[in-house]
Design a binder for this molecule. Structure first.
Ligand code: SAM
Length: 401
């Protein structure tokens, strides 16, 4: 998959800048190993390899899972290398214009660590200020519906903002300009306000949900990339209440930690009422097409997992307990152990899944009603929620077509 081209379909007059999306691949002071083999010989990795003989119980389980998918991933990567990889550099064109290149000298250092350039807003920090309720977006009149009466401005935080425009448009906050894709909806808020998205009638609910939680993680914490959330908060996400009456396909990103996988499968999905259906793998490659790290490293796999499950239809049920799965026909179409291959963008930025998942939505051939939870970007026709869903929407990330 080439994420930038997928994202571009949501805009009519702009394109995502390759060099902003792939900033880690092009401006690689934060290094990504250029090949899946080069680091094998380093002392650190040798030390890590020795630990294979002292795996604890969880590590053994993780290693067993890895062995189960290893050949599938290798096969997919071989096919990729034989077909797409040789022309990968041609897909990704960097036009070298000065205004496209992130300029460290222009950035304030703490924001720069987060990949946030001068003039871009750190929404998480802004929301914590006492002035937060006073911040507003302004739009061209008539283009945006919001909870308030028709107005040119709308509060930035804790307000559902819907751009019903059939073309992409710009929302402004002071000097900051954010590009909104066609027909998108978003809510910038803390998890305590996510209930605002629960529909009054479940026929208006979502039939496709992508969830990428801020799992507690030492690396994210150390680099202060974004705030993380303890698992207990995720248990209370109102996934069931957000779902469409005819059911929903739920896609959950998880890291490779066995503890997390176990929690997601045995506690989180059951608490949300989701039944596991498949596991997909996102294999991360370099611009040269090699894996970003050796496939068998114990603690740093070049792939991440996406757990997929279905929320059952609510139609015909009299109580929550009696909710049953219906229409298993479409569930059978969902492939298991599907491998998606792309060059990674910013830290934790996931490839867009919309086009891959929309054909597996349950129900009677419903139009897609997509929701991304913990989003950092918007998607045409979808609703995006998180404490920074406009993070990658700043005009700095785009160029005019
Ligand atoms: N899927 C995103 C992407 O592809 O760029 C990455 C999501 S990242 C793993 C998790 C997001 O959850 C971060 O943007 C983080 O700021 C946000 N987050 C953390 N705590 C939150 C909270 N209490 N309420 C809402 N969002 C939160």
């Amino acid at each position: 998959m080439e994420p930038v081209r997928v994202l571009n379909s949501g805009y009519d007059m702009h394109d995502v800048k390759f060099e902003r999306y792939y900033s880690r691949a092009f401006f690689t002071s934060v290094s990504m190993p250029s090949s899946g083999v080069t680091n094998e010989g380093s002392d650190t990795r040798k030390r890590k390899r020795k630990r294979v003989y002292n795996l604890n119980e969880k590590e053994v389980l993780a290693e067993n899972r890895h062995q189960e998918v290893r050949s599938v991933i290798l096969k997919a990567h071989e096919a990729f290398q034989a077909t797409v990889a040789p022309s990968l550099r041609n897909y990704i064109t960097f036009d070298g214009r000065d205004d496209c290149v992130p300029s460290p000298s222009k950035s304030c250092s703490s924001m720069q660590n987060l990949g946030i350039e001068e003039g871009e807003v750190n929404f998480v920090e802004l929301a914590a200020l006492w002035q937060a309720p006073l911040y507003e977006f302004s739009f061209s009149k008539g283009q945006v519906d919001c909870e308030e009466e028709e107005s040119r401005t709308t509060p930035m935080f804790n307000t559902i903002i819907k751009s019903s425009s059939r073309t992409s448009e710009v929302a402004e906050c002071g000097a900051c300009k954010y590009l909104l894709p066609k027909s998108c909806t978003f809510l910038i808020s803390d998890i305590s306000e996510v209930h605002r998205l629960i529909p009054g009638d479940s026929k208006d609910g979502f039939n496709l949900m992508v969830i990428d939680p801020p799992w507690e993680n030492k690396s994210v914490h150390r680099k202060s990339l974004y705030p993380t959330l303890p698992n207990k908060y995720l248990l209370s996400l109102p996934v069931k209440q957000l779902a469409h009456a005819d059911g929903a396909l739920v896609a959950l990103w998880i890291t490779n930690r066995e503890k997390l996988r176990h929690f997601a499968e045995t506690e989180l999905f059951p608490a949300w009422g989701v039944k596991m259906a498949a596991v997909w793998y996102w294999l991360k490659v370099t611009v040269e097409g090699t894996m970003v790290s050796p496939l068998d490293l114990a603690h740093h796999k070049p792939y991440e997992c996406l757990l997929l499950g279905y929320l059952p239809s609510k139609i015909g049920s009299t109580s929550e307990e009696s909710v049953q799965f219906t229409g298993s026909r479409e569930h059978a179409d969902l492939p298991d152990k599907f491998v998606l291959i792309s060059i990674p963008g910013d830290h934790s930025r996931k490839p867009p899944l919309k086009s891959l998942l929309s054909k597996h939505i349950p129900g009677q051939r419903h139009a897609e009603r997509g929701l991304e939870l913990f989003a950092r970007e918007l998607s045409a026709g979808w609703t995006s929620w998180g404490n920074e869903p406009l993070r990658f929407q700043h005009l700095n990330y785009f160029r005019e077509r």
